[in-house]
Design a protein around this ligand. Sequence first.
Ligand code: ATP
Ligand code: MG
Length: 394
Amino acid sequence: LPRDFELARPVLQTIEQAGFEAYFVGGSVRDTILGKKIHDVDIATSAYPDEIKHLFKRTVDTGIDHGTVMILDHGTGYETTTFRSESTYTDFRRPDHVTFVRSLREDLKRRDFTINALAMRENGEVIDLFDGLADLKNRQIRAVGDPQERFHEDALRMMRAVRFASQLDFDIVPATLTAMADHANLLAKIAVERTQVELLKLFTGQTPQRGLNAMLKTQLWRYCPGFDHQEAALTHLAQRLTTGVSGEVAAWALLSLSFGLDHEQTTQFLKHWKTSNQVATDVQAVAVAAQALMTQPLDAWQLYRCGANRVPIANEVAVILGAPDRAKQLTEAIAALPIQQKRDVALTGKDLMQAGVQPGPQLGQILATLERQVVMGVVANDREALLAQAQTLN
Ligand code: ATP
Ligand code: MG
């Protein structure tokens, strides 16, 4: 058993000693069997939330309406969810109500894919009621039960299928893929924030090519904001994406460039996806630099504008789109920049005013010009030299 499971064993034992069942479930079981590193350990139990809270000193109600209580044990939090069945979905996205049940089978039956429907006892014994082990072995993603019903119940599962295809480098079995193609339009009903999570996991997964190709094959792409009319671009991008990207900024910049979006269109695109302002700012800077890198190295000003932290991402994006890899050259060029940011300029507005420049727009312009001239090596980043240069600009 991995260390994280060893640490969590006493938690399962406590629940079992009280007469309930408790299992490790979900991604941690799947990833353990695959020999991958696990992140969070999820627990499923026959005990009701109140019963769990009674058993442990420290718990947090993280999702009590859905039956989830977080148990805090030796500094680690364990999401512990009562076995539940989710029967009636009328809006294609979440169960109308949650029914707690006392049977593990009922709980595993409502899970999305067979590889995610495995449970593990405290002693490491695997409970495999839906042939998830065989699918893990054959590296396949297969819906639990009737795939048509499952995607009709919850359309987000289709995005989960394509992201697991990328993250795990697995195939989606034909019946599951067909059901996705049949229900692709239901993705439009899903909150864009939830689709975004899966899309980004697809892009950062080990084989985004697989995930994107599955989106193309099932037409899922059509129901992603701002993807309309981009089939050719997505097909081309899929061919180039032989490995995962470093993060969300790279993913969005890649899409912006692939789709040929200008600054304003990129702003709108990211708004549709509800990205944060910080991400939007980063994406715009990376897109500009990556676009430039498609044809030539960056000059000092372009490097400076993009910023030391974002230049590697711009290079990554440009390389994926076919530019030569300039990583080393760019790192050296950044290190060689006279300054990295505005506040590194060795002269302030206050200094300028003391030298007799009137406050106002003119002063701002002088400072901006000096900043650019320092970056370009026109003037040394030295207070005296900058003051002298300022006189020629005033
Ligand atoms: P990750 O490694 O990304 O956390 P995961 O498989 O643990 O992958 P989670 O989103 O953390 O994914 O969900 C935990 C488990 O809950 C899944 O393994 C699956 O059994 C179940 N699950 C999650 N989302 C759904 C869904 N939309 N429909 C059915 N079951 C789901
Ligand atoms: Mg998880």
